[in-house]
Design a protein around this ligand. Structure first.
Ligand code: SF4
Length: 375
C-alpha cells in the first residue's frame, strides 16, 4: 500500500530545498488532489492562500471523518502518522502558517494522546517551529465541512456558512486558511518524496455484509467486483451504497471513478463502499440512513432540518404498511426539494440514497403501500 509507505521526512527535506513555489509546482505536476471528497487540486488551493496578503495564515487538518462506512483517516493516523504529520509541516511551511489545528473526530478520542505524542516527536525531529494543536470534535458530522470546522474551532456552534468568502480568502478568525483532509497530507509528503508517486491510488473503506471489512487501496477506475471480492461478501450482494452521501446502485460490475460512478447518479465521495446483501431490505437501509441525516442536520436551514424529519416519518409509515401512493409521491417530491434548496452538501445529498433506492428497488417500496380499491 502506498498510503503506509514511510517518507522519513525526505518530503520535508525536499520542501526546504525547493521552497514554497517549487513545492506548489511539484504538487501541480504530480496532480495531487484533495482526498476529502471534492477532489480539488492541492496546488491551486495552497497557491490561493499564498497569494492572499495577510500577516497571519492558518492550516487545518480535517480529521473529522464521520460518514458511516468511512474509516480511512483513522487507519492512516494509526499506521502512518509520521508521514501525515510531515505532510502537515510541509503545508504549513509552504503557505506560511505558524499555527495548525488538527481537528479530530470526537469519536476518535482514544487516538488523541497517541496523536499528540507523535506530533511532538515529528516536530522535534524536523526542527520545525510551527505549532500543531489537536482540537476534539464533539461528534457532529457537519463539522467535517470546511466552514463548519472553522466555526467549531473558533468556539461557535459548528454550522456551515455561505460562500464566498471562501476559507482561502477569509477562514479561521477571518484569516486566509487552508483546510485539507488527513489522507491529502500523506499524498503531499509522498509526492515530494517518491519519484514513482501515483496520484491515482485511492483508499476504499469497505463494510456492510462482508467477512473482511477494512481498508483496500486500489487504482481509481478499478472494478468494483475486484475490491468487493477481496472483502469476501457474506451473501450475494444486492446493492452498493457509496457511504451515505453518494447514493446507492444495484450491485453490478462498474468501474470506480472519482466524482462519478459510471457517469450517473452516484458519487464516489470519500470512497466508502457499503455492501447490502440480498437479505437486506432497501426500505430498512433507507430508514437507517435517513435517521442518520435527521440526527446530523445542524438545523440551520429549514429544508434539511424539517424535511429530513418528514422523510423519516414517511418511511416509518411505509414500514408499518400504512403509506399510500400519495405518500410515495410525496417522499419523492420532498427528497428532490431538500436536494435543491438546502444550504450545504449535507442537505443537498441527504436524500440521494433514497431517490436511488426508490428508482432501483421501486417494487420493494410499492409492495408495502396500502392497496387501493381495484388493485
Ligand atoms: S443543509 Fe442541513 S446541515 Fe447544511 S446548513 Fe442546512 S441544516 Fe445545516
Amino acid at each position: 500500500m502506498q498510503i503506509t509507505k514511510k517518507t522519513k521526512l525526505k518530503g520535508l527535506k525536499k520542501t526546504r530545498e525547493i521552497g514554497p513555489l517549487g513545492v506548489v509546482e511539484t504538487l501541480r505536476k504530480k496532480k495531487v488532489t484533495g482526498r476529502g471528497g471534492a477532489g480539488f487540486l492541492v496546488a491551486k488551493k495552497w497557491k490561493s492562500v499564498m497569494d492572499t496578503k495577510s500577516d497571519v495564515k492558518y492550516l487545518i487538518c480535517n480529521g473529522d471523518e464521520g460518514e458511516p462506512g468511512t474509516f480511512k483517516d483513522k487507519f492512516i493516523i494509526m499506521n502512518n502518522s509520521e508521514t501525515l504529520i510531515e505532510g502537515i509541516i510541509i503545508a504549513a511551511e509552504t503557505i506560511g502558517a505558524k499555527t495548525v489545528y488538527f481537528y479530530l473526530r470526537g469519536e476518535y478520542v482514544n487516538l488523541r494522546k497517541f496523536l499528540e505524542n507523535k506530533i511532538k516527536k515529528v516536530l522535534q525531529k524536523s526542527n520545525s517551529n510551527i505549532e500543531i494543536i489537536v482540537v476534539m470534535g464533539a461528534g457532529a458530522y457537519i463539522c467535517g465541512e470546511e466552514t463548519a470546522i472553522i466555526k467549531s474551532i473558533e468556539g461557535y456552534r459548528g454550522q456551515p456558512s455561505y460562500k464566498p468568502p471562501f476559507p482561502w480568502q477569509e477562514g479561521l478568525w477571518e484569516k486566509p486558511t487552508v483546510v485539507n483532509n488527513v489522507e491529502t497530507f500523506v499524498h503531499v509528503a509522498q509526492a515530494l518524496c517518491f519519484k514513482d508517486y501515483n496520484p491515482n491510488l485511492k483508499l476504499y473503506s469497505v463494510s456492510g455484509s462482508v467477512k473482511k471489512p477494512g481498508i483496500y487501496e486500489e487504482l481509481s477506475g478499478e472494478k468494483l467486483s475486484k475490491i468487493i471480492s477481496k472483502a469476501k461478501p457474506i451473501n450475494k450482494p444486492k446493492a452498493i451504497y457509496f457511504g451515505c452521501f453518494g447514493g446507492c446502485k444495484p450491485y453490478k460490475e462498474m468501474k470506480l471513478i472519482p466524482k462519478t460512478i459510471c457517469g450517473d447518479d452516484c458519487v464516489h465521495g470519500a470512497a466508502s463502499l457499503i455492501v447490502a446483501d440480498n437479505k437486506t431490505s432497501a426500505i430498512d437501509m433507507a430508514y437507517i440512513i435517513s435517521k442518520f441525516f435527521t440526527h446530523e442536520s445542524c438545523g440551520k436551514c429549514t429544508p434539511c432540518r424539517e424535511g429530513n424529519i418528514q422523510i423519516l416519518l414517511l418511511l416509518k409509515k411505509l414500514r408499518k404498511g400504512e403509506a399510500t401512493k400519495k405518500d410515495f409521491e410525496l417522499l419523492k417530491e420532498l427528497s428532490l426539494h431538500i436536494q435543491e434548496t438546502s444550504l450545504c452538501g449535507l442537505g443537498q445529498t441527504s436524500t440521494k440514497h433514497l431517490l436511488n433506492a426508490m428508482k432501483h428497488f421501486k417494487k420493494e417500496f410499492t409492495d408495502l403501500l396500502v392497496k387501493e380499491k381495484g388493485e
